[in-house]
Design a protein around this ligand. Sequence first.
Ligand SMILES: *Cc1c(COP(=O)(O)O)cnc(C)c1O
Length: 223
Amino acid sequence: MIADNLHNILSTLPQEVTLVAVSKFHPAESVREAYAAGQRIFGESRVQEISAKAPLLPPDIEWHFIGHLQTNKVAQLLRIGNLRLIHSIDSDRLLRIVDREAVKAGRTIDVLLELHVANEETKSGFSVTELEQWMAERRFETLEATHIRGVMGMATNTDDTDRIRADFRAIRSCYDRIIGKIAPDLRRFDVVSMGMSHDYPAAIDEGATMVRVGTSIFGERIY
Ligand SMILES: *Cc1c(COP(=O)(O)O)cnc(C)c1O
């Protein structure tokens, strides 16, 4: 079933869009099933869970961290050798801690900066204005071991498809302004991560290059 779900989704994705299979709250066995069907990129949202799961699974998996990251868990997260991308850098403070810990661990790490565009207090991240200012001030230049690969965001949790599309458009247009004008010399700044099970087709229409899909692949999560 996981293999069927995966193939159905992949058949609808444009070739240049990367699928992150979000395996949080699902056992290593489910990841193995998706792996056997060819999937290599998996997303997790809790440090404890990814730390337990990653060692049980093949080393050529590319792990992505997509959840809220607490500063006291950064060192533990960076110990996962095949952690390839942190999507959820929601403040300059967290970014500095990730950079410092990556230096200490003698590794590098790719990250996305999380944009807050949704009409919800509960979601975290930079506002569009804050991020554009941050880029204009070239705050990325002092990073030693961290490479900023792009932006990540979530749409408002609503049935209003106009609102969802407007949120995705706000994320994509912020990315376009950064790479087009504010910091056109940023290298490998090529990821726009947006869209989940219920809204990823709209996200792709609005310019996502990476989607994060859990439920539609693995089924409902049991918390
Ligand atoms: C859980 C999660 C997803 C996947 O959500 P589904 O609705 O199960 O596809 C995507 N992005 C983030 C940040 C998540 O926490």
